[in-house]
Design a protein around this ligand. Structure first.
Ligand code: ATP
Ligand code: MG
Length: 793
């Protein structure tokens, strides 16, 4: 046979070539970010095809996302120099397992046309089971049970295999419900996401003939991002690879970031045990990033224990140092980032001009995206959100806005339909049809239709009471929004002089209103709480729930910039109208999790503050597991950058209309100083950013607060001291002020103190330069000691 040309091998270094050419037997490619693991894996597919070792449909190739699968197919085609006629088994675990399960559904009691339930359906089903068992699903929420079952499925435990140590789960009835749930799914000819893998593992385990068929069929197996596989996925792979052992897995223990979803980094670490004689390839040359970026990432990840410890090098040259910048608040962070992106487009400070496609903003939590989206919309900077809907398209945001819309415009029938049974109020299709019919009959809005239907007893059962309650609430919230009705002789709140004139004629039909007694932010919080909407997500134990709650807080925060609810709703309506899916250059915005495996010339990493990144949850946890996963996420973030990496943090973030100060992330401390440039935010000392201060321009407080919050942390000071950078625009005087820490030792536990913003309270904790104080009005907060005075001064 004439040798076929293999140009794709020329692009590889010797270690990569080795991984590509060693086609038989187990191969593990364990290497750091950007070392060309995915590239080598792709070349391996091409090599299998070119050498005629396998046909496209004999290669099982698993990627982490559908996007990655599409990209890999494209690249294989490009390397081959021809379109490939389909690689049917190149995809995610889920997409591959759906196909397999359709062929063998009957072996687990399903028909081949089974449906796949989404989370909502899953919860609804569990709720039915819970109610049927006479359990109070408020105390034992269905979502919690759903989370538990998912978790068990990730570990490949069918109901009978759940170990005794888990027996106490869900009020000691977890496994019983799990069993019932599986039965019910079978009756419905349905399965959930976790089942796709679990069923296939079960089939392979119980039907050796089927397993044998696929072991022969999938002659070569390749897996990308192996460090993030869970137990079920691992077992599935091991079963398939067991006879020929032609399995090539690539991954990086330092990039394992899905532990919270059941991924086991241990899978990659024990590959050599599972497949004795495995050939392990280590790659050390990074082709993605310049030296400073790589060194910064390595510096951070070094903080983790129990690593395999890989050193990376690059010949791409030093390049730009990682840039670090602190901002006054999240809004300033977004504003600066927008401006920076525009200057990068033009090419600044000797950097080449970049397309918007070259730039990405990678956030820790999806609620951070809103500030950027709002800013970019304002300045007309095109952007795309990858791996999730844009902020105002999110489920919880649309639900919340449904409530706001209905309070502002009680005739908004679409909003009514959206929220009437969210959270669940026992108002199913039938009840909703009655409401519709009543509204039509009387020619009124759905809300009024609902009121009539309730009054006339057209709706029966538990739903009736709940609907009445909802209608009353909506009426009451509207009253709160409009402000109190003023009658003759009333005194305007906050204005003792303005007694309503007894003589002044009231126009018939017009109601005079006083100032609302609560702000529209407070009203929004009230609506979300009293409607039970916040509670619904608080009771939700799925991994997405905390993110959704954060998004709701973020929504309330967004209101601050508007005069009232109506103004806000108009703003959003305009934004939504502006949307277009036009092609063209765009900045990408996504979470760090979604950025895995990707690369961009310029990367922005905002929100590096303790409590946000690392997340509060990881910091509260005992042990280091959570924190180490966050650190790996930081490593993933930095290593996405090819040429320019900018890390930022804000000294203040607003949560539920309340300003909270934040300390720069502990990960900032871990950045090696010689690879970091500290930038000065433009407005902090004398720019016009003070005008945006929540304390008001010229109050003098804005600068001090910003200094205290941003620069008063030990981490920042260490950074400043080490870097030797002295921002030129910063007056010496204020510099001294910054460094000058209030002596924390001046305070003691239990002492009564006064804080400029939160008022009186007692000290309940002292930590570094921060005090935890139980305020009389504002509750328990951590504040910077500088702003606290003993009660008597
Ligand atoms: P991650 O861990 O982030 O998934 P990775 O190890 O999969 O990274 P790749 O995405 O495969 O790395 O490669 C990183 C970059 O380096 C890509 O742009 C790729 O084209 C390039 N690259 C990889 N190997 C080589 C090589 N031998 N010569 C030149 N460029 C290479
Ligand atoms: Mg990769």
């Amino acid at each position: 046979m004439a040798a076929r040309p293999m140009p794709y091998l020329d692009d590889l270094n010797p270690a990569q070539r080795e991984a590509v050419e060693r086609l038989d037997g187990p191969v593990l490619m364990l290497a750091g970010a950007g070392t060309g693991k995915t590239k080598a894996l792709t070349a391996r597919i091409v090599h299998l095809l070119t050498t005629g070792r396998a046909r496209p449909n004999e290669i099982l190739s698993v990627t982490f996302t559908n996007k990655a699968a599409r990209e890999m197919k494209l690249r294989v085609g490009r390397m081959l120099g021809q379109q490939i006629e389909g690689m049917p088994w190149l995809g995610t675990f889920h997409s591959i397992c759906v196909k397999l399960l359709r062929r063998h559904a009957e072996l687990v009691g399903l028909k081949s046309n089974f449906t796949i339930l989404d989370t909502d359906d899953q919860i609804r089903l569990l709720k039915q089971l819970i109610r049927a068992a006479d359990i109070d699903d408020k105390r034992w929420p269905a979502r919690q049970l759903a989370g538990l079952i998912d978790n068990w499925k990730n570990r490949a435990w069918v109901p009978a295999k759940v170990p005794a140590s888990e027996a106490s789960a869900y009020n000691h009835r977890g496994t019983e419900f799990y069993d019932q749930y599986q039965t019910r799914l079978r009756e419905l000819n349905a399965c959930d996401f976790g089942d796709l893998l679990l069923h296939m593992v079960t089939i392979f385990q119980n039907h050796p003939d089927v397993l044998d068929q696929y072991q022969r069929w999938f002659r070569y197996i390749l897996v990308d991002e192996y460090q993030d596989t869970n137990v079920a996925q691992y077992l599935w792979l091991r079963l398939l690879a067991n006879t020929h052992k032609n399995i090539c897995c690539v991954g990086d223990d330092d990039q394992s970031i899905y532990g919270w979803r059941g991924a086991e980094v241990g899978n990659i670490l024990r590959f050599e045990k599972d497949f004795p004689g495995a050939h392990v390839v280590r790659l050390e040359q990074n082709y993605r990033s310049t030296e400073h970026i790589l060194a910064a990432a390595s510096g951070v990840i070094r903080g983790n224990e129990g690593r395999l410890g890989k050193e990376l090098w690059t010949d791409a040259g030093g390049g730009e140092k990682v840039r670090l910048i602190g901002h006054w608040d999240g809004v300033d962070e977004a504003r600066w980032t927008g401006e920076e992106i525009e200057s990068l487009q033009k090419g600044t400070r000797g950097l080449r001009p970049h397309s918007l496609d070259d730039m990405a903003i990678l956030v820790r939590a999806s609620h951070q995206m809103r500030a950027f989206e709002d800013r970019f919309l304002t300045i007309g900077l095109p952007y795309r959100v990858i791996g999730g809907p844009r902020f105002y398209e999110r489920l919880e945001i649309r639900d919340a806005m449904g409530y706001f819309r209905l309070v502002v415009s009680p005739d908004d029938d679409l909003a009514f339909e959206r929220i009437v049974n969210t959270p669940k109020r026992g108002l199913g299709d039938k009840a909703q049809q009655v409401i519709q019919a009543t509204a039509r009959e009387f020619g009124v809005s759905l809300l009024d239709g609902a009121r009539i239907a309730v009054d006339e007893g057209r709706i029966k059962g538990k739903g009736a009471g709940q609907l009445r309650h909802l209608c009353e609430n909506l009426g009451r919230w509207r009253e709160v929004m409009l402000g109190p009705v003023l009658r003759q002789g009333d005194v305007e709140p906050d204005d003792t002089d303005a007694v309503i004139d007894d003589e002044a004629p009231f126009v018939v039909g017009e109601t005079r209103r006083g100032k609302p007694t609560v702000t529209h932010m407070e009203l929004a919080g009230m609506i979300l709480d009293e409607s039970g909407y916040t509670g619904m997500w608080q009771a939700d134990k799925t991994p997405e729930a905390p993110g959704r709650l954060e998004n709701l807080k973020e929504l309330v925060k967004a209101l601050e910039q508007f005069e009232n609810l109506q103004g806000f709703l108009e703003h959003v309506a305009l934004i939504m109208d502006n949307e277009s899916d036009e092609a063209g250059e765009k900045v990408s915005i996504m979470t760090l999790h979604a950025a895995k495996g990707l690369e961009f010339p310029c990367v922005f990493l905002p929100g590096w503050e303790d409590g946000l990144f690392p997340s509060q949850r990881s910091m509260d946890e005992s042990g280091l597991k959570g924190l180490e996963e966050e650190r790996r996420l930081a490593y993933v973030g930095i290593t996405r950058a090819e040429e320019l990496c900018t890390i930022s943090f804000a000294g203040n973030r607003q949560v539920f209309g309340q300003w909270q100060s934040a300390l720069p992330s502990r990960f900032i401390d871990e950045l090696p100083e010689e690879h970091v440039d500290v930038l000065t935010p433009p407005g902090l000392y004398g720019g016009n950013y003070g005008a945006a201060s929540p304390y008001g321009a010229g109050s003098g407080l804005e600068t001090r607060a910003a200094e205290a919050n941003v620069y008063n942390s030990p981490g920042w000071k260490r950074m400043q001291a080490r870097s030797g950078q002295r921002p030129t625009s910063q007056p010496r005087e204020s510099r001294t002020q910054v460094i000058d820490l209030t002596a924390v030792s001046a305070f003691e536990m239990g002492q009564r103190v006064f804080h400029q913003k939160f008022g009186y309270g007692d000290i309940t904790g002292i930590e570094g330069d921060k005090l935890e104080i139980a305020f009389e009005k504002a509750g328990v907060k951590k504040v910077v000691a500088r702003f606290v005075h003993a009660d008597d001064d």
